[in-house]
Design a protein around this ligand. Structure first.
Ligand code: ATP
Ligand code: ZN
Length: 217
């Protein structure tokens, strides 16, 4: 239908750290939705946009494949999967860093001390790439959650995990050694060809986002 050719489909995290801030941003630029907690797919009442609320891990792939035209997701997730998408804007929320950390008062003090060690992470690709770039060989163990308890369980000597305040690391007896990636929420766009109508809508959308970001400074 003509509608599906021009209606922009935008992916965002369904239930997590970025959800409220992303919805606030969308409402802040004048888009109106019904109660978003209820459904997976939401039509915007006053703009030719529909939202797809999904796990953040799925967002880069959906945008890469053109299932969604745009997505709001942490740069860490897009970089980890090496998604073929274009970053349109950095949005200055969901700020965090991916850092190597080890037991406080342990033998790992600098990045070279990771040589020969086992590192637990949910970001194996970014971790491996960073260590390889430094000429360090470590064993990377992929864990999907609660990475920070791996050293205590003796599953790993160290971790490479997302950090914002550092409180979680400290609470688990870990000390940050080195930041390997700085992240924020990004607006990403598919590299698939879009109709002229969709391109125009994206332009309009970006003008509103830029205005909103400037007003917020
Ligand atoms: P989902 O159920 O959607 O997979 P999740 O558990 O993977 O959710 P969240 O913990 O909600 O994800 O984090 C979403 C994003 O928030 C992260 O990918 C990252 O970009 C950002 N973020 C900001 N601060 C932190 C932090 N301290 N720890 C983890 N993520 C953070
Ligand atoms: Zn996730």
């Amino acid at each position: 239908t003509a509608d599906s050719e021009t209606s922009l489909r935008i992916a965002l995290q369904k239930d997590g750290r970025l959800t409220d801030k992303t919805i606030n941003l969308l409402e802040g630029i004048g888009l109106q939705f019904d109660n978003y907690k209820r459904s997976l797919m939401l039509k915007c009442r006053n703009f030719d946009v529909e939202l797809l609320l999904i796990r953040d891990d799925d967002i880069p792939e959906y945008v890469q494949d053109g299932v969604c035209d745009l997505g709001f997701v942490g740069a860490n997730v897009t970089a980890e999967m090496g998604a073929d998408v274009t970053t349109l804007r950095g949005l200055e929320y969901g700020m965090c860093r991916l850092s190597l950390a080890a037991k406080k008062d342990g033998i790992i003090k600098t990045v070279s001390d990771f040589e020969g060690k086992t590192i637990a992470t949910s970001y194996p690709n970014l971790t491996r790439k960073y260590l390889e770039g430094k000429g360090i060989s470590s064993k990377v163990v992929t864990i999907s959650g609660a990475v920070e308890i791996a050293p205590r369980l003796e599953v790993a000597d160290a971790v490479c995990d997302l950090v914002s305040t550092g409180n979680t690391l400290r609470a688990n007896g870990l000390e940050e050694i080195e930041t390997i990636f700085e992240s924020e929420t990004e607006l990403i766009r598919t590299n698939k060809d879009l109709s002229p109508g969709k391109k125009k809508l994206i332009e309009k959308f970006l003008v509103r986002i830029d205005g909103h970001q400037q007003a917020g400074r």
